[in-house]
Design a binder for this molecule. Structure first.
Ligand SMILES: Cc1ncc(COP(=O)(O)O)c(C=O)c1O
Length: 416
């Protein structure tokens, strides 16, 4: 019998609209989502999973949260794309500016990829320099200049960076190992426009960098008049009501957001110092535009999500994550599996390795085949995690004790 996946493969390359949705790395075929209900995902065969993908971190309140759904329906009733500014967009911008002290102005785009592209353009214009420095295994979206030793799907499928990306597009990209201050220092022998960093890496599994490393990124960039750019597409409004930078007391020049900011709808944003942001057209000479930028439905979803999230919610989510990841570590230990569980506040991941990776090389040496078997065993027990050892697990506010306990029970069997 022909499946939906068979049909999809005839129409869509690989049957998926993003390689991160393929199941090649985890012994299986892609799951087709029919609907989400809080902590649960129901596929087109009617199988119900406890879901830790949660839109690759875009969903934090749980699927189909009533407040977000209601806001989107209301917005849709007022129309679609207007090609004009809206009140909701100003509201969402004010929430970003209020919650992230380094952000004085923000511009909305439709994805994290676009946010990175725009940040790079601003940085190059502001400094009059071309070179962008990024870290191995950090993922800043799929634009050419950033597709060098990137994490996420690029790492999962070991995709060579060359295909379709001309040398010239990456000639001005320097890549340095994560957590390596000496290599960062050496790279500054060249004139660099900006250093891009995921302040908690979430695309080579989850790696919480050493504090001294993040401090060095900020101070070395400053010492060389380069911009410090934080990619908080995953961490923004997920790790707390602001961003990782707030907790560290750091003030990057520019920050990218996405995921949670859109409440599950397509939103990206770049924000930062007013003088830098006002280099953007129509004030300045840096061009950026979009038919769907600040789309009213997405703005409504973002406002509903951010307004719903209270400080108590973040404390609850952190408690949920602690229970989940401690339980997973305990389950692995009980089964005698060589596993390291990493939690970064409200999210985390499971590495099949004796120690927590510090960088991309370490992450690549973890046992991917074991992860594939684990993924399958969890799936068979009704738990869905992203189909790659390099993606994070995202518990949501809809995950309660019952879901966490069921997940840990499934993991106990899966690890053994
Ligand atoms: C840290 C980070 N930056 C940027 C992006 C790109 O965002 P998008 O997929 O919305 O283009 C992602 C996507 O996963 C990400 O994790």
């Amino acid at each position: 019998m022909s499946t939906l996946f068979d049909r999809a493969k005839e129409l869509i390359p690989g049957g998926v609209s993003s390689p991160a949705r393929a199941f090649g790395a985890v012994e299986g075929d892609p799951i087709f989502a029919a609907r989400g209900e809080g902590a649960y995902l129901v596929d087109t065969d009617g199988t119900r999973y406890i879901d830790y993908v949660q839109g690759f971190g875009a969903v934090i309140l749980g699927h189909a949260d009533e407040r977000v759904t209601h806001a989107v329906i209301e917005a849709a009733g007022r129309g679609g794309a207007f090609g004009l500014s809206t009140e909701q967009e100003v509201r969402l911008a004010s929430l970003v500016v209020e919650r992230v002290p380094s952000v004085e102005r923000t511009r909305f785009v439709t994805s994290g990829t676009e946010a990175s592209m725009t940040a790079a353009r601003i940085a190059r214009a502001a400094t009059g320099r071309s070179i962008i420095l990024k870290f191995e295994g950090n993922y800043h979206g799929h634009s050419d200049a950033f597709l060098v030793k990137a994490g996420s799907g690029v790492a999962t499928f070991g995709i060579p960076m060359a295909a379709g990306v001309p040398e010239s597009s990456v000639a001005d990209t320097i890549v340095v190992p994560y957590n390596d201050v000496a290599a960062l220092d050496r790279a500054f022998e060249r004139e660099i426009a900006a250093v891009f960093i995921e302040p908690i890496a979430a695309n080579m599994g989850v790696i919480v960098p050493e504090r001294a490393f993040v401090d060095a990124v900020a101070s070395i960039a400053r010492a060389h008049d380069a911009l410090c750019v934080f990619d908080e597409v995953v961490t923004g409004f997920r790790i707390g009501s602001g961003a990782v930078q707030s907790g560290l007391g750091l003030t990057p020049d520019l920050t990218m957001f996405g995921k949670v900011l859109g409440g599950g709808l397509p939103v990206g944003a770049v924000g930062g110092r007013a003088d830098l942001m006002e280099l953007l057209a129509p004030i300045g000479p840096v061009y950026q535009a979009g038919t769907y930028a600040a789309h009213p439905h997405a703005m409504a979803a973002g406002v509903a999500a951010l307004e719903a999230l209270t400080p108590d919610d973040y404390a609850t989510l952190e408690a949920t994550a602690t229970k989940l990841f401690e339980g997973l570590a305990e389950a692995a230990k009980h089964a005698g599996a060589e596993v390291t569980v990493v939690r970064a506040g409200t999210f985390g991941c499971v590495f099949f390795s004796a120690d927590a990776p510090r960088n991309f090389d370490d992450a690549q040496k973890t046992d991917r085949a074991a992860f594939g078997r684990f993924h399958r065993a969890m799936r068979e027990r009704g738990v869905l995690i992203a189909p790659s050892p390099f993606e994070a697990w995202f518990p949501s506010l809809a995950h309660g004790d019952a879901e966490i306990e069921q997940t840990i029970a499934a993991a106990r069997e899966a690890f053994s």
